[in-house]
Design a protein around this ligand. Structure first.
Ligand code: C2E
Ligand code: CA
Ligand code: CA
Length: 654
């Protein structure tokens, strides 16, 4: 029964002392065990965390302790019960514990890693994805410094890492330090680490604390993008911009060490044929194999890149003699001659290689590349499967080409272009049989420029379209004037280039031009080379048929050069065959040439084609051609290409 009851007991239980005294404890107040009875125990004191139940639904957390109440002689008189209100205490503890466990949950499940370091920069706490981000179990990490942890990693000796450690030693905060971690399987993991130093109230350094975030995926995506921007999709080799970049570095290095850097421009011969006949997939696989073989042939310090198509670039640093370059280029060229096996098929490949070197040919990466390209074309011109050094002469022709291209722009508008006419003669009667209209260009700066030089450039740039039309209109006007003067009505031939034939409206345009002047098709002859037919467009064959229907004569020009496919002569409606000058040239000296011309004439007669021999310069050539039975001749022996006036003087009297 309660003997004493102090004021605080009254306040906590809400029962007055008068009512409490003399009553059994459990009738004055009731307590029950708190679910979480984890308060500390003192020896000799039974101290429990209990709930003091008040009104229904109301209770207080109390710490209750009971001890024996003894008199001076140690006789037991009863119990002393002490209450302490720990409600507030309890709430704070619980909140703390909750936030601690919330933090723990967060640290354990987040992709992040939380860490703490002591004043010696050793890890004292790590949680989260430790194994994943640091490559070790937490136990291994604890007690180690960052340097110890990163020993043997690629990043260990980097400037980047050194600066980071310096920062830690200076006790500075840091943000987004990117560290990488290589796994045993070679894969890389990237983390972004941020941290700040900790100081106590007296400003003493305690250590660091921070987080590390996994950024591997974004890093990989970034790297993939960078790789894509700098590498060729198909082969994975460096592309043009990376090659130029590397070349720039090599040049800087070469300048310092006094060494040469060579650039090889490699272009496969006739790759287009492989692509066209076997398909792009086979072509792609072949390119992959070529890339492999080039890499296999080179030293470790050399680099290979691909510019696209069948063009590869090789950079060779630290060369001492030009001789070495040629040896290496030859080795590469020969390595490609071994047949490739693609899709079970053996493919024979060859390459033409152009060579430039720093400092001899230039100091600029793009300049060296351009000149190597020019040298490569030279190698092709030498018959392919060859290597060619860039020379000053090529440089001059490159310069010249650029200048001619520039001046050709607007030449038509400035009235610098005009036609001359070369007569064709019937051998049996020595009479005029026709003319070939040939284009001339007289430029104030360049002087006379040969069509052999500027026509290919115009063809390349597309200017051949307006120029070609100019030739057509001029030639037709010439025919009108010629007929008005009552001169012999013979066909006039004009040359058409491949690009012109790619216009689907070519035939109708020519028809209109004839109609406008009331001219029949038979006044016009069109000379075309195999280049036109090789492009293989359906429109070419259609145009040729259409033109032939209009009565326009078709002549196969330069026969004997190129492929000289007899199939073309049968397939397309040709009327005339022009034997190339190069055969007529040697006809009186070389039996082989004479036999060839003989055979061509015989064949042409069977196909009902008229034969014209071009470039007849000597009476002896005329005699032989007469013997062989050639129909028409054209050449300086009978008249050079001349102006309309000169023509009139010569043929007007006929
Ligand atoms: P091509 O069609 O084979 O023209 C014949 C070339 O041989 C002409 O050169 C002519 O002047 C030259 N020639 C004629 N007889 C002799 C000779 O006895 N000896 C020598 N050594 N040469 C002779 P040209 O006028 O310099 O034309 C060169 C080429 O330029 C032409 O070769 C033709 O492919 C092209 N061309 C000329 N005019 C035109 C044109 O209006 N349009 C197109 N597309 N090409 C043209
Ligand atoms: Ca011609
Ligand atoms: Ca010709």
């Amino acid at each position: 029964k309660i003997q004493r009851f102090n004021a605080l007991a009254e306040m906590l239980t809400g029962v007055s002392r008068e009512l409490a005294l003399g009553q059994p404890v459990d009738q004055v107040y009731r307590t029950e065990a708190a679910e979480d009875a984890s308060l500390s125990r003192h020896p000799g004191v039974e101290r429990r965390h209990r709930l003091l139940l008040l009104a229904p639904g109301r209770s207080l957390h109390i710490a209750e302790s009971r001890s024996r109440w003894k008199d001076d002689r140690g006789r037991e008189l009863g119990w002393v019960i002490l209450f302490r209100d720990i409600t507030e205490d309890y709430r704070l503890r619980r909140e703390l514990r909750e936030s601690e466990s919330r933090f723990q949950d967060f640290a354990d499940t987040a992709a992040d890693l939380y860490w703490e370091m002591d004043a010696e920069l050793r890890f004292t706490r790590v949680s989260g994805k430790v194994r994943f981000l640091m490559g070790h179990e937490p136990e291994f990490v604890l007690g180690k410094t960052r340097q110890e942890l990163y020993a043997g990693q690629p990043i260990e000796h980097s400037e980047h890492f050194r600066r980071h450690i310096e920062m830690l030693e200076k006790r500075q905060p840091f943000r987004d330090f990117i560290a990488s971690w290589r796994w045993e399987d070679g894969g890389m993991r990237y983390v972004s680490i941020s941290g700040r130093p900790l100081f106590d109230d007296q400003g003493r350094f305690l250590g660091y604390r921070g987080v590390s975030r996994d950024i591997t995926e974004s890093k990989q995506a970034e790297e993939r993008l960078r790789h894509q921007a700098l590498h060729d999709q198909l082969t994975g080799l460096p592309n043009r911009s990376l090659i130029l970049d590397r070349l720039e570095q090599l040049i800087a290095l070469g300048r310092r060490n006094g060494q040469q850097v060579a650039v090889l421009f490699i272009d496969l011969d006739d790759f287009k044929k492989i692509n066209d006949s076997l398909g792009h997939e086979t072509g792609d696989r072949l390119l992959l194999d070529v890339a492999d073989r080039l890499q296999g042939t080179l030293r470790h310090c050399d680099s290979v890149g691909r510019l696209g198509g069948d063009e590869f670039i090789v950079l060779i640093p630290d060369l001492e003699q030009p001789r070495q370059i040629l040896d290496l280029a030859d080795k590469l060229r020969k390595s490609l001659l071994e047949p490739f096996v693609v899709d079970g098929r053996e493919l024979q490949v060859s390459a033409s290689i152009g060579i430039t070197s720093f400092p001899e040919d230039g100091e600029e990466p793009s300049e060296l590349l351009r000149k190597a390209d020019t040298a490569m074309y030279q190698a092709k011109a030498r018959g392919r499967n060859a290597c060619a050094f860039f020379t000053e002469e090529m440089n001059r022709s490159l310069q010249r080409r650029l200048e001619v291209e520039e001046r050709l722009l607007g030449a038509l508008e400035r009235g610098e272009l005009f036609l001359v006419y070369q007569p064709k003669i019937e051998l049996s009667t020595a009479r005029l049989a026709g003319f070939e209209a040939l284009l001339r260009w007289n430029n104030p700066q360049l002087g006379r420029v040969s069509p052999e030089e500027f026509i290919p450039l115009a063809e390349n740039s597309g200017q051949i379209i307006p120029i070609g039309d100019f030739v057509l209109q001029q030639a037709l006007d010439f025919i009108c004037r010629w007929q008005e003067r009552g001169l012999p009505a013979v066909p006039v031939a004009i040359n058409l280039s491949p690009r012109q034939f790619r216009q689907p409206e070519l035939a109708s345009h020519i028809a209109e031009s004839l109609d406008r002047r009331d001219l029949p098709g038979s006044v016009l002859e069109l000379e075309i080379t195999e280049g036109v037919l090789l492009s293989g467009h359906e429109t070419v064959s259609q145009s040729l048929r259409e033109l032939s229907r209009q009565g326009i004569l078709l002549a196969m020009d330069d026969f004997g050069t190129g492929y000289s496919s007899l199939g073309y002569l049968r397939e397309f409606p040709f009327d005339v065959l022009k034997i190339d000058r190069s055969f007529i040239n040697g006809i009186e000296e070389r039996d082989a040439d004479r036999e060839l011309v003989d055979a061509v004439v015989a064949m042409a007669q069977r196909l009902k084609l008229r034969v014209v021999a071009e470039g007849v310069e000597k009476p002896e050539q005329r005699r032989l051609l007469q013997e062989i039975g050639c129909d028409h001749v054209q050449g300086w022996l009978f008249g050079k290409p001349m102006s309309e006036q000169e023509l009139q003087q010569r043929f007007g009297a006929q």
